[in-house]
Design a protein around this ligand. Structure first.
Ligand code: CA
Length: 369
């Protein structure tokens, strides 16, 4: 009968009529075939646990934005509550908690799970490896995401890229780094492969979540810390706990952050909600890089002009030694098993090609502008 009615009215009226029809029926869910069912839509109430202090600018606000966008996009059908580190579980328990279903989703960085899966670090960042633009190319058009999904599959997790800070700073130091000798015994908070590289160069890497970094640096438990970059470091007030701010961030040239979804929870979703999560995480992945790109500049000016921060560049011989150690450390991650080797080969193959092209495009341009 409805079809007969629609045939008698113009196409514009048909659109208005269809919307009213939906509104009149209350919440409705599209079925797989695209038809509209009359049943009330199922609401999925999820928990999203993060490795960040609640609402930390950039890193902590990204999962909040993700949840907000998904709530609007899904018309309330995907209702996600975000928890900061230690609210539900500790920062470094996020991977296991999502795998076990304590929460349906997590937000963090793959290098935090290096103790469990050594090669996971390659999906966040590799010392002297790819930058943000290159990581996005590898993950989404170079086979990287498929390998990441294969790596997390046995843990019952679905990973998605969900944020990138761009090139980070080398970090905050209470000791001057003038030569290789100054790295000896240096106690530094530095996670992932970068920490292992520092160890090979004589330093003492320490792994701790962001919430503990400030106190550890201020009380001298550590001599130095890396965190992110001016925007995020200013928010943690790291300039009040250390004298020198070193660059470049050799250890984190464009870390990808991850959203992880419990596989059972993922599979319980209808396809449209899965697609919303895929699209929204990609949007946040891009949005975070835009935010850091815009805010780092202003924050660096504030740090230098208002807080008198001393900006320093790491000496060339120190960088050269770290790079040598990095090549060995990264190559070792491939030796774990066959999948680790495939991930390493894929990453390195993409890096080789993209570096050759970027030398005559991005880098060549930056050097002449
Ligand atoms: Ca960092």
């Amino acid at each position: 009968m409805l079809n007969a009615v629609f045939r008698r009215i113009g196409s514009s009226l048909l659109l208005v009529g269809a919307v009213s029809l939906l509104a009149g029926c209350g919440p409705s869910a599209p079925t797989e075939g695209g038809a509209v069912s009359a049943q009330p839509a199922q609401v999925y109430r999820w928990k999203l646990i993060t490795t960040w202090p609640k609402n930390l600018p950039g890193l902590g606000t990204a999962p909040e934005r993700l949840a907000d966008k998904l709530r609007v996009m899904s018309n309330g059908r995907l209702d996600i509550k975000v928890f900061g580190a230690d609210e539900l579980v500790g920062a470094f328990e996020v991977f296991d908690a999502v795998a076990q279903g304590t929460a349906e989703m997590g937000h963090g960085a793959a290098y935090y799970w290096r103790g469990k899966i050594p090669v996971a670090a390659m999906f966040s960042t590799v010392p002297f490896g790819m930058n943000a633009q290159e990581m996005n190319g590898w993950l989404h058009y170079g086979g990287g995401l498929e390998l990441w999904q294969e790596l997390y599959e046995p843990f019952g997790l679905v990973p998605l890229a969900c944020g990138n800070s761009g090139v980070q700073m080398a970090g905050w130091f209470n000791k001057e780094i003038n030569s290789l000798a100054d790295l000896q015994g240096l106690k530094m908070r530095i996670p992932g492969l970068g920490g292992e590289v520092l160890k090979r160069a004589g330093g003492v890497p320490v792994s701790m979540p962001g919430s503990d970094v400030f106190t550890a640096l201020q009380t001298g438990v550590i001599d130095a810390t890396e965190w992110v970059g001016p925007y995020n470091d200013l928010a943690l007030a790291l300039h009040t706990a250390a004298k020198y701010y070193y660059y470049p961030g050799w250890h984190e040239p464009g870390p990808t952050l991850e959203a992880i979804v419990n596989k059972e929870a993922w599979e319980s979703l209808p396809q449209d909600l899965q697609t919303m999560i895929e699209v929204a995480t990609r949007a946040i992945n891009d949005d975070m890089l835009s935010e850091f790109t815009a805010r780092n500049n202003a924050a660096l000016r504030t740090l230098i002009d208002e807080h008198g921060v001393e900006l320093r560049k790491l000496p060339e011989d120190v960088i050269a030694e770290l790079k040598k150690a990095a090549d060995a450390v990264v190559a070792e991650t491939a030796q774990e098993d066959e999948l680790s080797q495939r991930i390493y080969d894929s990453y390195m193959g993409f890096l080789k090609d993209v570096r050759a092209y970027h030398e005559i495009s991005e880098t060549a341009y930056v050097n002449v502008r």
